[in-house]
Design a protein around this ligand. Structure first.
Ligand code: ADP
Ligand code: ZN
Ligand code: ZN
Length: 791
């Protein structure tokens, strides 16, 4: 018997599959989907079995045997292996990169990072990979040569010296063995031992070693007790369920209203008839989409099938997770980006073994190893987080549709503000559109106002809060209701500026101005991490009249505190850096009835608090200026989403958009909550400018430390494209990328727009292959982004 194995190395023939012999003893065991260790040149490396066959085309005597299998059961299902092949093809990625995206990090070959084409210098990684670490090893216990091989990983922050590469947490306990203890010898030491034995016995006869040490006992005392046979050390393998300690109140299904019922029946029909239909559930914020998801999943579970539920980011949607836990209890596995590798692996294993029938998670959960899928749901389908920005640059919705065809189950794409691409597909009947036009709980309307900030300034109010918003907030405070305020950060930052010459300090490595961070009193680059002290004098003209521009959340928080003399919860990158802080801050806001929640984009989705009756957007237009053809769409989506946080329950809501562009249609139509009008208007612009959804896009980005090489490469790529596409395709560029230099690498791009190009995939693969080779020689990197979300 022979196995086709994809190995974890970058070779020039990226997608080559190697053949190995299955040794006698393993023929019954090794299946498609197994991780194996195979000889590769002088090394031993990890690979994945993708096929098993009786014969090979060439001399079997020359085929080397598999060394061993790494798992008892295969980690990949045949379905996921097929999926990997499809995605590698569609997204111009290597097979191995897709497989290692599908698997949790704990199962990946350790050299993953070095194998990615974005990272030069493979040598260390191969040594590292050759190590074949046992399932649990503390990095700090490795030999010096092994440690040397690890240096790049430590430098990149992927591995810390304390990282324990483990599949389960092993907790070390001391356990009391004998109930009585007769101290002998040196009395002082014996006394201490006796005390410790007591201590252990008080803790149900076993206690974590770390607790023992924290309580003032030494390892020496423990050792002596162990030596004497009074205590033993045990390792207990524990499952790390981050939600284990929580209690969720049970939540019962609600009687659906007419609109919901109609949508639900359509979806249910697809589930019952095994139709891989894609639904676009277009429902205004608060219309009860989530309730439809929940009831669909309940139905799917009744039929003995499983469900996948994707959300843009788990940390931002704690309420969503709670609703799923409350409805389905332990049947839910939550794949959370805040989990450690080990915790993620535990959840993954639970899913793989059928212990969880509902998987809730962000983008990568679309690869969850569930079988018998009955439905895949993507909530807030318009969010760009569903598109991965690294290779493989996949979109979760494409993956979902592919899996749905394998399992013959429906996909639900839900949103109050669908992406233009999805809505256009529903217009053409590719997707089935289901509409929810009314809020589920309330008939009370939300009133939305636009405040023109230039008039406000002319009238003498130079504050960031307009008179209208100020009055509205004061009224809420008087009535004990709550306000959510959005400070839109995209396309907007704090920076230092010279008042004499206008000079703004830039990052020396990137073509972007440095952002001022007040807490650290420093200037930072958000692209490469460069940090510099705040300037006392202008670098350009030497003037000491340097000041700061832009308004950060911190500053706004101070302004609001002064203005309203009240507590404020602030949510931004700084306050939510630590694990669990999102949820903690939201809980504080809700339970302590703090009058104002001020935050960045992260507060725009998913929040459902009955007492929030006012939403204010401090700067509604900053995103209109980002260099992206989707700027209007992103503005419309953000405003609609955040407006949807107000008046979701009995109390009616009010929304205020502050802007310098009161007449812009993205803002005006977000005010009137008229998605259809926005769609029509924006589609007209897309048609004229020949952008998606009228055209498909492929974005090529080349980066190198010299402009010369970037130009050479893009010129060459340009020629390869021109020679192979029809004259209906449009090629824009080569031109510098919007940020021309990041981390001392210049970046040039070509945008290909096309409608139908039968040979395109082949050309893309050819270009990719060519530049993979070049990369090794010249450190020139090429990224091919199929259906890019940022241009
Ligand atoms: P969406 O996902 O569209 O934003 P939700 O499902 O969160 O909407 O619904 C908004 C609110 O209405 C929630 O508090 C939810 O519990 C409630 N709700 C939804 N459907 C119903 C229903 N049929 N009957 C009563 N309450 C409902
Ligand atoms: Zn100056
Ligand atoms: Zn930089």
């Amino acid at each position: 018997m022979f196995a086709s194995v994809i190995v974890s190395i970058t070779a020039s023939d990226v997608n080559k599959i190697f053949e190995y012999k299955i040794p006698e003893g393993l023929t019954d065991m090794i299946k498609v989907g197994h991780r194996v260790v195979v000889p590769f040149g002088p090394r031993q490396i990890q690979g994945y079995v993708v096929d098993i066959k009786d014969e090979v085309d060439y001399d079997p005597a020359r085929i080397k045997p598999i060394i061993r299998a790494l798992d008892v059961e295969p980690v990949l299902t045949p379905e996921l292996i097929r999926l990997a092949g499809h995605l590698a093809d569609h997204y111009i990625a290597s097979y191995i990169s897709v497989i290692e995206t599908i698997l949790p990090a704990a199962l990946k070959s350790r050299s993953k990072k070095m194998l990615s084409l974005d990272n030069p210098g493979g040598e260390a990684s191969l040594t590292w990979q050759g190590m074949n670490l046992p399932p649990e090893v503390e990095v700090k216990k490795l030999s010096t040569s092994q440690l040397a091989a690890l240096k790049p990983f430590i430098a990149s922050g992927e591995v810390t010296e304390k990282t324990v590469l483990t599949q389960h947490t092993k907790q070390k306990y001391a356990r009391a063995l004998k109930p009585t203890f007769a101290p002998r010898g040196d009395f002082g030491r014996a006394h201490k031992q006796l005390e410790l034995l007591d201590f252990i016995e008080q803790h149900d006869e076993h206690v974590l070693l770390s607790v023992v040490l924290e309580n003032g006992y030494t390892a020496g005392t423990v050792n002596e007790l162990v030596k004497k046979g009074y205590v033993e050390r045990i390792d207990v393998v524990v499952d790390r369920d981050p939600y284990k300690s929580r209690v969720f109140e049970e939540d019962l299904p609600k009687a659906l209203n007419r609109e919901q019922q109609h949508a639900y029946e359509k979806i249910k029909h697809a589930v019952d008839e095994d139709i891989p239909e894609t639904f676009l559930l277009h429902g205004v914020t608060g219309s009860g989409k989530t309730e439809i998801y929940l009831q669909t999943i309940a139905h799917v579970l009744d039929k003995g099938r499983t469900a996948l539920m994707l959300v843009p980011e788990i940390a931002l949607t704690p309420q969503m997770v709670n609703r799923f836990k409350a409805r389905f209890g332990d049947e839910v596995a939550v794949l959370h980006s805040g989990l450690s590798h080990g915790e993620k692996y535990d959840e993954w294993l639970k899913v793989r073994n059928g212990g969880a029938k509902v998987v809730v998670g962000a983008r990568s959960s679309v690869f969850a190893p569930v079988e018998k899928l009955g439905v895949i749901i993507i909530d807030e389908e318009h969010e760009t987080t569903y598109k991965q920005q690294d290779r493989p640059m996949y979109h979760a919705a494409e993956v979902a549709k592919y899996r749905s065809r394998y399992y013959n189950c429906p996909v639900i794409l839900g949103s109050a503000t669908p992406s233009l691409e999805s809505y256009a597909r529903s217009e053409r009947g590719v997707y089935t559109r289901l509409e929810l036009n009314h809020r589920a709980v309330t008939e009370a309307l939300t009133e939305t106002k636009i405040v023109d900030m230039s008039i406000e300034h002319r009238n003498g109010n130079i504050s960031i809060v307009s008179e209208a918003l100020k009055e509205a907030i004061e009224e809420r405070i008087r009535h004990g209701e709550q306000t959510v305020l959005l400070l839109n950060r995209r396309g907007y930052a704090n920076f230092q500026i010279c008042q004499s010459c206008g000079h703004v300090p830039n990052c020396p490595n990137c073509d972007i101005s440095l952002t001022y961070h007040k807490a650290q009193f420093s200037l930072m680059c958000h692209y490469c991490g460069y940090e510099d002290a705040v300037k006392r004098e202008c670098d350009s003209c030497g003037s000491d009249e340097v000041t700061f521009r832009g308004t950060g959340t911190e500053k706004v928080e101070e302004v609001l505190k002064d203005m309203f003399n009240t507590d404020i919860v602030r949510m931004d990158n700084d306050t939510t850096r630590r694990k669990g802080m999102h949820e903690k801050l939201l809980n504080t806001f809700e339970q302590n009835e703090i009058p104002i929640l001020l935050g960045t984009q992260m507060i725009a989705k998913g929040l459902d608090y009955p007492n929030v009756t006012l939403v204010g957007v401090l700067n509604a237009d900053t995103m209109l200026n980002i260099p992206d053809f989707r700027a209007n769409e992103k503005t419309y989506q953000l405003l609609t989403q955040v407006a949807g946080r107000a008046g979701r329950h009995e109390l009616s809501g009010e929304v205020i958009f502050q802007t310098y562009n009161p007449d812009h249609y993205a803002i005006e139509l977000a005010r009137s909550n008229d998605y259809r009008a926005f769609y029509d208007k924006e589609m007209a612009f897309r048609r004229l400018a020949r952008y998606s959804p009228y055209y498909f896009h492929v974005l090529f980005t080349v980066s190198h430390e010299t402009v010369q090489k970037c130009l050479e490469a893009t010129t060459h790529i340009h020629k390869m494209i021109v020679d192979n596409v029809t004259d209906r395709a449009i090629i824009v560029g080569p031109s510098p990328s919007p940020i021309e230099r990041i981390n001392n690498q210049f970046r040039f791009q070509i945008l290909l727009k096309y409608k139908n190009e039968p040979n395109l995939l082949e050309v893309l693969h050819e270009i990719n292959l060519h530049y993979n080779e070049l990369y090794k020689k010249e450190k020139l990197s090429l990224k091919i982004d199929v259906d890019p979300k940022y241009i």
